[in-house]
Design a protein around this ligand. Structure first.
Ligand SMILES: CC(C)(COP(=O)(O)OP(=O)(O)OC[C@H]1O[C@@H](n2cnc3c(N)ncnc32)[C@H](O)[C@@H]1OP(=O)(O)O)[C@@H](O)C(=O)NCCC(=O)NCCS
Length: 151
């Protein structure tokens, strides 16, 4: 398999947001590629507009992307207060490259970031990938309920 490059973006991912920067800070039409990746492989994140994606990135302290050449093949992001609580969001690997350890790379890079590594509790929500997260040290919170207020 061609080499996969993991990019740890600056907080808010300004380079990805405004210039579409990918590996080695090269202009790579990254925002468009992120949109395609989410549209195709992340059922909960379909149809996000470029403006929405920019706002989403701007509000995320930790942003990681995976690249195979010029193709974005993975993504993940997190919000954190740096000490007590953090949440992982939008973890995704392109369908044809799933099951090769790339999802693990994304989650481990998020957890190792300075914004997350000392956090007491890291939360995430998943519809059908809890087995994947259990392999990474997450467990079901049987004593808590997930509540949602929709816009
Ligand atoms: C979930 C996802 C990110 C996992 O990425 P991946 O690259 O396929 O996973 P990895 O190859 O890194 O798997 C790491 C380990 O978890 C296991 N695993 C992966 N997906 C799993 C699943 N759905 N259930 C149980 N175990 C799983 C793998 O077997 C592997 O175990 P091993 O280290 O013993 O071999 C990816 O499949 C994906 O993008 N799915 C579609 C989007 C999605 O549902 N994202 C989750 C949103 S919360």
């Amino acid at each position: 398999m061609a080499r996969i490059c993991l990019v740890e973006h600056a907080p808010g991912a300004p380079g990805l947001r405004w210039l579409g920067l990918g590996p080695k800070l090269r202009p790579s039409r990254g925002l468009l590629k992120l949109r395609r990746l989410l549209d195709k492989h992340a059922f909960w994140a379909r149809g996000r507009s470029p403006a929405q994606l920019r706002r989403m990135l701007a509000g995320s302290q930790v942003v990681v992307s995976l690249w195979r050449g010029k193709r974005m093949v993975g993504f993940g992001r997190a919000n954190s207060d740096g000490i007590h609580r953090a949440v992982l969001w939008d973890i995704v690997v392109a369908g044809d490259l799933q099951g090769r350890g790339l999802g693990r790379r994304v989650v481990e890079a998020l957890l190792a970031s300075p914004h997350l590594r000392e956090v007491e509790r890291v939360y995430l929500m998943t519809t059908n990938s809890s087995g994947f997260y259990q392999q990474l040290g997450f467990s079901h919170a049987s004593n808590q309920h997930l509540l949602i207020r929709k816009q």
